[in-house]
Design a protein around this ligand. Structure first.
Ligand code: RB5
Length: 150
């Protein structure tokens, strides 16, 4: 399975820990950078990783910035992306089980590496449950497509 990975300068210190989790599971990593600590603009990396997930080139994606917030907001502007910004494992699990999140964003200035690894592992370990949750995810997609739900 291919996983898209992207970060800005604020997320770079946490990337090795995330890569360790992905490599230990045998995933192929498509790393869209950035690869230096030079200040950069997270929407650029977010869009590259999100496009890879939206197109099906990568099954899932993981994003890292200082907080996880900006990079998740950017990724969620790409059609077909459901990116969740998580700071604890419960929401990470439920974002897969109920929301079929296809991208996870975490913050390097929020989480230590062990907490981040646990969140990433939990997110990867959980699957979408479908059924009534599929209807709600379909409604999210309807909003994305410009439909009015009310
Ligand atoms: C960069 O300083 C920082 O703003 C970025 O990494 C992220 O936290 C934005 O949401």
């Amino acid at each position: 399975m291919k996983i898209a990975l992207a970060n800005d300068h604020g997320g770079i210190d946490l990337k090795p820990a995330v890569r360790d989790v992905l490599e230990a599971r045998g995933y192929e990593i498509c790393d869209f950078g950035t690869f230096t600590t030079d200040s950069c603009d997270y929407p650029v990396m977010a869009q590259q990783a999100a496009d890879a997930v939206a197109s099906g080139k990568c099954a899932l994606g993981i994003l890292i910035c200082g907080t996880g917030v900006g990079i998740s907001l950017a990724a969620n502007k790409v059609k077909g992306i459901r990116c969740v910004c998580c700071s604890e494992p419960y929401s990470a699990a439920m974002s897969r089980r109920h929301n079929n999140a296809n991208m996870l964003a975490i913050g390097a200035r929020v989480l230590g590496s062990e907490a981040a690894k646990l969140i990433v592992e939990t997110w990867l370990d959980n699957e979408f449950e479908g059924e009534r949750h599929q209807r709600r995810v379909d409604l999210i997609t309807a909003i994305e497509n410009g439909e009015k739900l009310y």
